[in-house]
Design a protein around this ligand. Structure first.
Ligand SMILES: O=C(O)CCC(=O)C(=O)O
Ligand SMILES: [Fe+2]
Length: 325
């Protein structure tokens, strides 16, 4: 169910990437498909009609697993026939060992495209029912609760999928046009309630001393320099003392790295945040390129998958109540 709702009308392009031939004993280790461009959202695997045993394609994402038994798919009828599966390419997948015969696949990269002329119409029908309504009603219930961000602030949803980021190039507002599955529905639900959303990247500074506090910074762009510049850490460290870890900082990173005496300006950007889907242990933060290199189906550094947050601006309760009254 790659494309739902509005996405069923989105133009997509399928580009042949490679041919894989697996003989007995062959397998493909668990990996994600290396993003080739910010608009690549999925992968299509076409399984050619060659009889084989073993070689199932196993998908894993956020603790869930599902198996596509390609051996059964090609031989479910008297004459072998082809099969295909499409998936979001940040979803980890693995081809188990082929026991006998040959397993042959063609893989395609799937891209969202702006110009319908380049696209192939795959005729994907929208899903039955409208899950958008559920998300929107849960969201409006949340905002109708006086104890939720009484003075206003932010809701920060860690997105279900990871997204391709090309350091120094990717503009997060462009990524918001390429949201996948549940993430897209979440954004649409916010828009239907006239809520202002934006995508951000989370960086955290954790103080290991007896203070045991941390500051979370939601940035508007991928910061290659963040880890290297100790004076940025110093700046945040200063803020830690001021806030004693009781609040979360959101901060638009300026072109020039700021001086510590800009603290007053930064305070303006400090807002309370309610976090969703971001359990402490699971949060992968301060991600940098090298970690991901060996994991893709092609070693490259230009574009990486990154966790992103959909951030929703929330007015103080009184203003929320007035606007819905
Ligand atoms: O052969 C398959 O089923 C999957 C191939 C694959 O994951 C890839 O080429 O990246
Ligand atoms: Fe793959």
């Amino acid at each position: 169910m790659l494309l739902r709702g509005g996405d069923s009308e989105k133009s997509i392009k399928a580009q042949l990437y490679k041919l894989n031939v697996y003989g007995p004993g062959s397998f493909f280790k668990a990996h994600v498909d290396t993003p080739r461009g910010d608009n690549m959202f999925g992968s299509l695997v076409v399984v050619l009609p060659t009889k084989h045993e073993g070689g199932s394609l196993v998908f894993r994402h956020r603790g869930q697993e599902c198996v596509f038994d390609t051996a059964a798919a090609v031989s479910s009828e008297a004459t072998p026939h082809g099969a295909f599966v499409a998936f979001f390419s940040d979803v980890e997948h693995e081809v188990l060992e082929v026991k006998s015969g040959y397993r042959v696949t063609l893989t395609y990269n799937l891209y969202f495209v702006d110009h319908p002329k380049q696209s192939v119409n795959l005729g994907v029908a929208p899903a039955a029912g409208d899950p958008l309504l559920d998300v929107a009603s849960a969201m409006s219930e949340l905002l109708a609760t006086p104890s939720v961000l009484p003075k206003g602030g932010l809701l920060a949803f860690r997105l279900w999928h990871k997204y391709p980021i090309t350091p120094s190039k990717t503009i997060l507002s462009d990524v918001s046009k390429c949201l996948k599955g549940a993430d897209k529905r979440l954004k649409e639900a916010c828009t239907s309630l006239s809520l202002k959303t934006s995508l951000k990247i989370l960086y955290k500074y954790q103080e290991k001393s007896d203070l045991d506090v941390e500051v979370a910074c939601l940035f508007d762009s991928y910061e290659t320099g963040f880890a290297k510049h100790s004076h940025v850490d110093g700046l945040i460290y200063g803020l830690l003392y001021r806030y004693k870890g009781k609040c979360t900082l959101t901060y638009d990173f300026p072109e020039e790295y700021p001086d510590v005496d800009l603290n007053d300006r930064l305070i303006k950007y400090t807002k309370p945040v309610l976090w969703f889907n971001a359990s402490k242990n699971e949060q992968r933060i301060n991600q940098f390129q090298t970690k991901y290199m060996a994991y893709g189906n092609e070693a490259q550094l230009d574009t990486i998958y990154h966790d992103l947050y959909l951030v929703v601006e929330v007015q103080p309760f009184e203003e929320r109540a007035e606007s819905t009254a």
